[in-house]
Design a binder for this molecule. Structure first.
Ligand code: PLP
Length: 358
C-alpha cells in the first residue's frame, strides 16, 4: 500500500507463480517444467546468437520465427503471433479480444491467471463450474457470452476435451472470440489448430515452455484468423515492440527444427506420467485422467495441505491450491524416473507413518 500507487494497482490481485526455491537436492515437481531439457540444437542456436549483434534490436515482427511456426502448423505467417511466453500472448488476447458487454466465460477451476487478467483489464467474467468428475461440460457454456477462454487440457486438472467438443463450443458461439490455451496439448490432447481455417472466431495459444522445455527462454504464440492476429499485434505495438530477443527467436526456430528431440521428449513424459499414475493409484490416490505433463490427485484419507507439507519436509515440492473444490488435490509434475521414485517413496513413507482414517 502506498500513496503513490494508482487505484488500479491497489485493486490488483496478482497471480502467485509456483515457487522457484534454491534448496539443493530438491525434487521440484511444482511448476510443470520439462525434466528432459531443451533440444541441444536450440541450445547451440542460442549460443551462436551471443555475439556483438546483441547491440542491435531484434526483428520486432519475429518474421523468421513466425514463418517457421506457420510452416510447422500449416498456416500462413499472418495467422501467427509470438510473444514473451504465452502468459504475455494471453494478456494481449484479454486486452484485445475478450472484453465485451456480455461476460467472458471460463471454468471455475482453471488457470488462475485468467481472473487476474480480468481484474487488470476490467473484464466482467462468469466462472462455469466443472462437473463432479472435474470435467468441462460443453453444454454448460450454452449461455450469453462476450467471449470464452479455456485451457485444453484444462489446468490444473489435466483433463482434455476432444476436438469434436471444441467444435461444439465454437458452434455455440460463432460471434464470440474463443481462445483455447493449449499449454499442455502436446502431451496427449488434440490441437484445435486445424479448426482455425473454418472458424474465424478461434484463437489457439501454445507455448514452448512445457513440451519444448524452454520455460526459461519465454516463447509463446497464438494461431488464428489474420483478423484476430491483427488485434493482438495492435495491442503488442501499444505495449512493447520487441517482446522477443534475438536469443529467444533463434532458439525457438532451432527447437522447431529438431522434431526427433521433440517427439522423444513427449513420449518419455507420457511414459513417466503413466508410471507416476500407477504408483499413486497403488498408494490409494484418486488420479484424474491426465493429458498433460502433470497429474492432479487426491487421497481419500489425507488432506491436500498436510500431504504437501509432509512432502516438503522430505524435500519434494508439489503444487497445492488452497481453493474451493480442489484443496485436497495435489498437482504433481511428471519428473524424471528418479524424481518419480523419490516422490512415490516419500508418499509411501508419509502414508505408512500415519494410519489411514478409513
Ligand atoms: C504454463 C502455462 C501457461 C504459460 O506458459 P508460458 O511459460 O508463459 O508460455 C499458460 N497457460 C497455462 C494453462 C499454463 O499452464
Amino acid at each position: 500500500m502506498s500513496r503513490f500507487w494508482s487505484s488500479l494497482t491497489h485493486d490488483l490481485k496478482p497471480y502467485v507463480p509456483g515457487e522457484q526455491p534454491r534448496m539443493v537436492e530438491l525434487v521440484k515437481l511444482n511448476t510443470n517444467e520439462n525434466p528432459i531439457g531443451p533440444s541441444p540444437r536450440a541450445l547451440q542456436a542460442i549460443r551462436d546468437q551471443a555475439t556483438d549483434t546483441l547491440r542491435l534490436y531484434p526483428d520486432p515482427q519475429a518474421t523468421a520465427l513466425r514463418s517457421a511456426l506457420a510452416e510447422y502448423h500449416k498456416v500462413r505467417p499472418e495467422q501467427v503471433f509470438v510473444g514473451n511466453g504465452s502468459d504475455e500472448v494471453l494478456a494481449h488476447a484479454f486486452a484485445a479480444l475478450l472484453k465485451h458487454d456480455a461476460p467472458l466465460l471460463f471454468p471455475d477451476i482453471t488457470y488462475s491467471f485468467y481472473p487476474v487478467y480480468c481484474r487488470l483489464f476490467g473484464i466482467h467474467y462468469e466462472a462455469v463450474p466443472l462437473d463432479d468428475a472435474m470435467r468441462i461440460r460443453v453444454a454448460d457454456y450454452r449461455r450469453p457470452a462476450g467471449a470464452l477462454i479455456l485451457p485444453n487440457p484444462n489446468a490444473p486438472t489435466g483433463v482434455a476435451l476432444s476436438r469434436a467438443e471444441i467444435v461444439a463450443l465454437l458452434e455455440q458461439h460463432p460471434d464470440a472470440p474463443v481462445v483455447i490455451d493449449e499449454a499442455y496439448v502436446d502431451f496427449g490432447a488434440e490441437t484445435a489448430i486445424p479448426l482455425v481455417a473454418s472458424h474465424p472466431n478461434l484463437l489457439v495459444v501454445q507455448t514452448m515452455s512445457k513440451s519444448r522445455a524452454l520455460a526459461g527462454l519465454r516463447v509463446g504464440y497464438a494461431i488464428g484468423d489474420a483478423d484476430l492476429i491483427g488485434a493482438l499485434t495492435r495491442v503488442k505495438d501499444s505495449f512493447n515492440s520487441y517482446p522477443l530477443g534475438r536469443l529467444a527467436q533463434a532458439g525457438a526456430i532451432a527447437s522447431l527444427e529438431d522434431e526427433a528431440w521433440f517427439q522423444q521428449s513427449r513420449a518419455r513424459v507420457i511414459e513417466g506420467r503413466e508410471r507416476l499414475t500407477r504408483g499413486l493409484v497403488r498408494l490409494g490416490f484418486k488420479v484424474l485422467p491426465s493429458s498433460a505433463n502433470f497429474v492432479f490427485a487426491c487421497h481419500p484419507a489425507h488432506e491436500g495441505a498436510a500431504l504437501a507439507g509432509a512432502l516438503r519436509q522430505r524435500a519434494v515440492i508439489v503444487r497445492h491450491f488452497a481453493a474451493p473444490r480442489i484443496s485436497d488435490y495435489l498437482r504433481i509434475t511428471v519428473g524424471t524416473d528418479g524424481q518419480i521414485d523419490r516422490l512415490l517413496s516419500a508418499l509411501s513413507d508419509i502414508l505408512g507413518s500415519k494410519p489411514a482414517a478409513a
